[in-house]
Design a protein around this ligand. Structure first.
Ligand code: ATP
Ligand code: SKM
Ligand code: MG
Length: 185
């Protein structure tokens, strides 16, 4: 089945979930390019709406305010988005209301990676407020343990490989094709 066929037949947005550093933004952008679809990122949408960075929203208004903005932005994206790839912030799928909406309106993909890979990737930037602590690895281990059973509710699970990025994109397209075939479309 070719990409154009899969893209036409799926008929709903693809939403990427998973921990910080899983590659949702990076892989999501490339996946959208390959499918010829729009790309949206919930972190970027919240930043645009607030006129400040995720770090500044946490610092100025607190995490609860960020979570509220995130929930509202995703509600809007789910209304607007036809054929699009949407990368979520790492904590967005944990919200029950958001999760129910995504499960109803989109194909969700859990991008998985092991703790060493995640740590290596997130250590390159200091833009993630939850990791600005003495022991970011302990925070990530805790989040991985707490959140994995929830991310596991996503429709498709894809291990986000080391390199190249395109292997991650190909794995998602393959999983999308399997889903389209299973739907008999
Ligand atoms: N194979 C790969 N797949 C995905 N990302 C990779 C890969 N190799 C390296 N990276 C790098 O990992 C970093 C983190 O990726 P990215 O920002 O896409 O994660 P994220 O899941 O969107 O995280 P967050 O939840 O914080 O938004 C980026 O710098 C990206 O280039
Ligand atoms: O995993 C999380 O809770 C977060 C992930 C990032 O994408 C941002 O949404 C923010 O830094 C919080
Ligand atoms: Mg991201």
């Amino acid at each position: 089945m070719d990409r154009a066929h899969i893209a036409r037949r799926l008929g709903c947005p693809v939403v990427l979930v998973g921990l910080m550093g899983a590659g949702k933004t990076t892989i999501g952008r490339r996946l959208a390019l390959r499918l010829g679809w729009d790309f949206r990122d919930s972190d970027h949408e919240v930043e645009a709406a607030a006129g400040r960075s995720v770090s500044d929203i946490f610092a100025d208004f607190g995490e609860a305010s960020f979570r509220d903005g995130e929930r509202r932005v995703i509600g809007r994206l789910m209304e607007e988005s036809g054929s699009s790839v949407i990368a979520l912030g790492g904590g967005a799928f944990i919200n029950e209301e958001t999760r129910a909406l995504i499960r109803q309106k989109a194909l969700s993909v859990w991008l998985k990676a092991d703790i060493d890979t995640l740590m290596e990737r997130v250590s390159r930037r200091d833009t993630r407020p939850l990791l600005q602590t003495e022991d970011p690895r302990a925070v990530m281990e805790k989040l991985l343990a707490e959140r994995s059973p929830i991310y596991a509710q996503a429709d498709i699970h894809v291990t986000s490989p080391g390199t190249p990025h395109d292997a991650g994109v190909a794995a998602i397209i393959e999983a999308m094709a399997a889903r389209v075939e299973a739907q008999g479309r």
